[in-house]
Design a protein around this ligand. Sequence first.
Ligand code: ADP
Ligand code: MG
Length: 276
Amino acid sequence: SAREMLALPGKNIIGKSYKDILSLSKYGEISKSIELGIQKKYRLSDKEININSGAQDTALALSLSPLRQSNNKFSGLIVVLDNLTQLIKAQKIAAWKEVAQRVAHEIKNPLTPIQLSAERIIKHLKKKKGKPDEIIDDGANTIVQEARTIKALVDEFSNFARMPKVHMQSTDIHEIIEQAVSLFKGLFKDIEFDVLYSLSVPSPIQTDPEQMKRVFINILDNAIHAMNKKGEIKIQTSFEKKEQRVKIEIADSGHGISLKDKGKLFLPHFSTKKKG
Ligand SMILES: Nc1ncnc2c1ncn2[C@@H]1O[C@H](COP(=O)(O)OP(=O)(O)O)[C@@H](O)[C@H]1O
Ligand SMILES: [Mg+2]
């Protein structure tokens, strides 16, 4: 599993020295820590180390414990590596949601008195006899309207943070894919859909059909945009028996995603489009 975590090349790493295995510069921080650990025979817990290998960053926690024989002589070092990447990803999303909700709350709070005051001004003007003051009336109306717009915007923003509830249902996943595909089939004549449904995929499965459909629609929408509305979209399903998992692969003949952008794909609001 260390090999997986570190994305180590080569097969036979058992019995080799850590120096040979971790000779690449991206592992420099790890091997330096281990070397120091052996020299100074010290204990280290959960030192955070980031490794960057092309498309993906991996965050690791490194712990060292010196081993001592009964006569207190140093006899080695236990090195423990923990992969923190998933944890950090989850923490980032949680942090984002909290920020979104707090910002939404702070913006909405003063909006209500602004709106109410403007409405009061309008009412007051209506009651007054004689020629109404147009500038004040117009201004107050604009304030009411724009405040309403901001409120709606903020609501949308905090909806993102709340994420819709999941409604699990018995679902034929192939049917959901088919519904999404047929939406686009009629609209884009220059796109060829090559869909392969595997009979090994169980039906029904438990999932949220509405949200899954939205997922497929969004992915297909991205694909079509990346292909300039021309080309081929391949969809293939399969069932991974061991993991009890349905796999759905979608590929398009568009321009693809740069390595640099790949790591950012799951950040909220990441987009390379003008109106993304
Ligand atoms: N099929 C694809 N081919 C190339 N790039 C893609 C594809 N799907 C998504 N992307 C990239 O990922 C970004 C984020 O996609 P998304 O979250 O759907 O937001 P949006 O489509 O609004 O930009 C896109 O702006 C685009 O750069
Ligand atoms: Mg999109």
